[in-house]
Design a binder for this molecule. Structure first.
Ligand code: CTP
Length: 398
């Protein structure tokens, strides 16, 4: 693949050398276009050596070659990493004052940008607006990672690791094997109200479900995401229905599943709800030393969906999740197989959540079991696990 790697002037530019190396090692032909400010952070010599290509980002050299147009037409993929706040502003406003920005305006290739800046700059209204504009135009703007920044501060704004950028970029240009398929994904964790201010919830962050929705959309699927109390940025290009309780989730799923080729139940759904929710705030002075909450069983949405699909002959593929404190792989597989059978779904994705390791983490390790006896293990970032699950789903839908 012909890849253009744009580098703009931020400290994370030093990580672009690793990104470049990974791209060339994977056999891609890479042309690096640093901005003038990027060359304050990383040397042209380094970029030439690692790309096995000349680096000349001056638009006024070799003018007869019309290089911005040639590069734009030749590119299969353009990655800009790191992308500074200034770059995002120029790109969103069509300001083409150097070779990289001219190429971006002249190219039809998919574009992936990896912003990197301090949290305050990332959260600034102007940056948010520029990112929104770019996303609306189909640019794939990666979420910055959270962690240590250049000073003593930490927060959102780190450039994602080079492996993650490549992973996402390859999904952007990868197979469009889910084109024409509708995928319904639930994510997050339900809340069951106790009174006006309290609820019973769970530890699910929604990251794995969001990654599945995101990856499915990148592969061309028409995605509906039912998000239960998810407090994370939602992927572009997916239809979102927000719910809070298990009952609301049940209604939303049973409505949308009729138009779906596949249902992925990644949400952690509360098995019980409070029988009598107090309208006002419960007061300690009224409750005394101890009190009992009467809980009643919620509907099992996955099992209900499986029944509706079978009754109406819909043929929708159903994927359940099983987060278990199994302790061993063998035990996990046994529990997951039993759950696959009891729920009646086509696929179950099981993971061991002993010690709370998976919740809110960016990585995951799962076992994917199919009704027909298939067993696959998948691990890596949640986006990578999503991709491996979608490989299985795509084969089953084909
Ligand atoms: N699920 C559901 N409706 C519920 C409970 C769970 O649709 N009321 C779905 C989850 O989204 C998940 C799968 O069923 O895809 C398994 O959820 P899990 O909580 O592991 O299973 P339970 O059937 O609730 O069994 P238990 O909690 O007793 O292990």
């Amino acid at each position: 693949m012909h890849v253009i790697l744009g580098i703009t002037g931020g400290i994370a530019a030093y990580k672009s050398a690793s990104l470049l190396r990974l791209l060339t090692e994977a056999g891609h032909s890479v042309k690096v276009l640093p901005t003038q400010n990027a060359l304050r952070f990383i040397g042209q010599t380094t970029l030439e050596a690692l790309s096995h290509n000349t680096v000349d980002s001056d638009i006024y050299t070799d003018v007869a070659d019309v290089k911005h147009i040639n590069l734009a037409q030749e590119a299969d993929l353009i990655i800009v990493a790191p992308a500074t706040a200034a770059f995002l502003g120029r790109y969103a406003n069509g300001i083409s004052d150097d070779l990289l920005s001219n190429v971006l305006l002249a190219s039809n290739a998919p574009v992936v940008v990896a912003p990197a800046m301090h949290t305050e700059m990332w959260n600034h209204a102007s940056t948010a607006q520029n990112v929104e504009t770019l996303k609306l135009r189909g640019v794939h703007v990666l979420e910055p990672a959270t962690g240590r920044l250049t000073g003593n501060d930490s927060g959102a704004g780190r450039m994602p690791e080079p492996e993650e950028i490549i992973n996402q970029a390859l999904q952007v240009v990868g197979r469009r094997d889910l084109e024409g398929k509708s995928i319904l994904v639930t994510a997050g964790g339900t809340h069951e109200n106790i009174d006006a201010v309290r609820f019973i919830g769970n530890k699910s962050s929604g990251k794995q479900g969001l990654a599945i929705a995101h990856a499915a959309s990148l592969r061309g699927a028409d995605v509906t995401l039912i998000a239960a109390n998810v407090n994370l940025p939602l992927p572009n290009g997916v239809k979102v229905v927000r719910v809070e309780s298990a009952r609301q989730l049940n209604d939303a799923v049973l409505t949308a599943v009729r138009d779906s080729d596949c249902l992925v139940m990644a949400a952690a759904v509360s098995d019980y709800r409070v029988q009598d929710i107090s309208e006002g705030k419960l007061k300690k002075s009224d409750l005394g030393e101890s009190f009992n909450l009467q809980l009643v069983l919620n509907s099992d949405t996955l099992a209900d969906a499986v029944k509706a699909i079978s009754k109406e002959g819909l043929g929708t593929l159903t994927v359940g999740f099983a987060a278990e404190t199994a302790g061993s792989i063998q035990n996990l597989e046994d529990v997951a197989r039993a759950k696959l059978a009891s729920k009646g779904c086509d696929v179950i994705v099981a993971n061991d959540v002993s010690n709370g390791a998976v919740f809110s983490s960016d990585s995951n390790e799962v076992l994917i079991l199919t009704r027909t006896g298939g067993a696959f293990s998948a691990s890596g970032t949640k986006l990578s696990v999503a991709g491996q699950l979608l490989d299985v789903i795509s084969d089953m839908l084909a």
